[in-house]
Design a protein around this ligand. Structure first.
Ligand SMILES: [Zn+2]
Length: 158
């Protein structure tokens, strides 16, 4: 489905920040990527080990996704949940995804959020500090150390 066929109001951003991160035009912590999907460590940590799972291909919402991308994103979310669990041992893990500005989508490139819950529970939807890429690199290193293996989506993190 083309986005012109949906009723959603899509945020405007040119160029796309996520495409710039994936192409290396702008520095960002990329925990994993392959032909279909990528896992980023967001600089706005709204939970413990807050990651973004997104398609490598640029399109705005779930409505434009293809079946193979959806399957890969779900597999990747399950991998990310296991990785967050191994690295941070939180009592809860939240997954959320917003389509359209009315749903508070800010970047017009489909992405899922996944994060371990904060002390006291839940995640933070208010203002959070913007971490440096060095700090998000440390979060990635903590995750990779906990699972002992490079991300391989056909394997379960140990
Ligand atoms: Zn993009």
């Amino acid at each position: 489905m083309k986005d012109s066929e949906s009723s959603l109001d899509i945020p405007e951003q040119e160029p796309c920040a996520f495409c710039d991160y994936l192409s290396g035009v702008r520095p960002f912590t990329v925990l994993y990527r392959d032909d279909l999907i990528a896992v980023l460590v967001t600089r706005e940590q709204r939970g413990i080990g807050h990651l973004l799972v997104l398609p490598a291909r640029h399109y705005p919402t779930l409505l434009e996704s293809e079946p193979n991308e959806r399957h890969s994103m779900m597999d990747t979310l399950a991998w990310a949940a296991a990785a967050i669990d191994a690295a941070f041992e939180r009592p809860g893990i939240a997954v959320w995804q917003n389509n359209g500005t009315a749903a508070h989508q800010a970047i017009p490139h489909l992405h899922f959020h996944i994060a371990g819950t904060l002390s006291g529970g839940g995640t933070d939807f208010g203002d959070v500090p913007e971490l440096t890429v060095e700090q998000t690199d440390q979060i990635a290193a903590q995750i990779l150390a906990a699972i002992h293996i490079a991300p391989d989506l056909r394997s379960t993190p140990r």
